[in-house]
Design a protein around this ligand. Structure first.
Ligand code: ZN
Ligand code: ZN
Length: 412
């Protein structure tokens, strides 16, 4: 199943349906060095499709770890200017961005969390301008994953390295629909389904959503003019693309000041090279006022202390419990997959595109509409087969949106 042909199909899907590469366009790829073989297939296909230039920025978990172990604080606290320039120059030139994310979830578990937080914050600050290209869909971008050894063995601890990689390939290929006869067509169907779901929600214009499940009793206000999105997105230039593969969510923007109650995580969260697990957050008027965590509490505190906006939420996403990712029965320790198995919310920055007219508003105007800003945007999973969601309309009437983790609304 994970033969050359499958990899070719996956590479092609990432380029056509993912970033929707155009003739004469440049492409920037972030890729793990362990995935060099697959990445070279992507590069070859990109040129065959007419890319004018393809640049690969290699990531190497082992080198990252060595840096965290040995580099002085001042090096970790300063994100290199040339790395910012590289990404910004591709974006300014109208290039597309493909990120292949496959890190070892436990890579930095023995590194002082404050050093990791320092480096994450430096990177987030340095990339503020570049992030606008992404979060306002000014360019086409896509995130995919391929198996790497340490990551695969975290998911399949009993298997040998080689077997774990094979098993993870099999799981990914199924989840991203590369096992279908025509994956590009399968994604068109899938995007249509997500479009139908978001249209139903956009008609409802809920005032707020009420989440209830084990350890969760949370009210999330939605700002006037919020827009539900999901599946394919449209760039500023009108090119359709899929920001995430897989994607099973429809998502919108919460009101940053109207979130109250407690929410419990339902899956582990891999953040900055460590795992945060079994945690709950209590919100008052939109802000996290209490935190509990069984694992990774210190990392979670650092995340929340990044800036004011990191204590508020910027995304609410609905994913039915029977999504293909969920059906795999696996915990991936990789947000790209886990968020698509489960309803989730994100700490930090909201997508301005989730508000009518939001992409042309400045931060002050966005704040007036209740749209959150932060250096971070971190999804965490709150869905399960025991989650119920009610929608409250403008006139105060309430209806069931989700029951037992799946749609109660009639979504075609
Ligand atoms: Zn999401
Ligand atoms: Zn998100």
């Amino acid at each position: 199943m994970t033969n050359q042909e499958t990899k070719e199909k996956y590479a092609e899907l990432a380029l056509r349906t993912g970033v929707n590469l155009q003739k004469g366009q440049a492409l920037l790829i972030n890729a793990p060095i362990e995935g060099a073989e697959f990445t070279r297939i992507v590069v070859r296909k990109a040129y065959e499709m007419g890319a004018k230039d393809v640049h690969v920025s290699w990531a190497d978990d082992e080198l990252s770890l060595l840096k965290y172990e040995h580099a002085p604080d001042e090096v970790l606290a300063a994100f290199p200017e040339w790395k910012v320039k590289l990404q910004e120059s591709f974006a300014e030139d109208g290039g597309a961005l493909l990120s292949i994310r496959s890190t070892n979830p436990d890579l930095l578990e023995n590194i002082d969390p404050s050093r990791v937080a320092m480096a994450n914050k430096a990177a987030a600050e340095a990339l503020t301008n570049f992030r606008r290209y992404i979060m306002n869909d000014k360019i086409t971008w896509s995130i995919i994953s391929i198996p790497t050894g340490d990551w695969a063995q975290k998911i399949f601890p009993e298997a040998s390295r080689e077997d774990a990689i094979t098993k993870l390939w099999e799981a990914i290929v199924k989840i991203v629909r590369v096992d279908r006869e025509d994956p590009v067509a399968a994604w068109q169907d899938h995007n249509d389904t997500l479009k139908a779901a978001r249209e139903v929600l956009n008609e409802r214009k809920y005032n707020k959503l009420l989440f209830k499940g084990p350890g969760t009793d949370l009210e999330i206000g939605l700002p006037k003019g919020h827009i539900w999105k999901g599946g394919s997105a449209e760039s500023e230039k009108g090119i359709m693309f899929n920001p995430n593969m897989p994607t099973e969510e429809v998502f919108s923007v919460p009101h940053k000041y109207h979130v109250n109650g407690t929410v419990a995580s339902t899956k582990p969260l891999n953040y900055g090279g460590s795992v945060i697990d079994q945690f709950s957050l209590t919100f008052k008027e939109g802000k996290v006022v209490d935190v509990k965590a069984e694992q990774g509490g210190e990392t979670l505190e650092h995340l929340l202390n990044t800036d004011d906006g990191a204590r508020r939420i910027g995304e609410v996403a609905l994913v039915p419990h029977e999504s293909p990712v969920s059906q795999s029965g696996l915990v991936f320790y990789n947000t790209l997959f886990d968020e698509n198995a489960s309803c989730h919310i994100a700490l930090g920055k909201a997508y301005p595109t989730n508000l009518e007219g939001g992409s042309s508003m400045d931060e002050e105007a966005l704040d007036k509409h209740g749209i959150n800003d932060s250096l971070v945007h971190v999804d965490f999973m709150i869905g399960s087969d025991q989650l119920d969601i009610d929608g409250v309309k403008e006139d105060g009437s309430t209806e069931a949106v989700f029951r037992n983790g799946t749609w109660a609304l009639n979504i075609k």
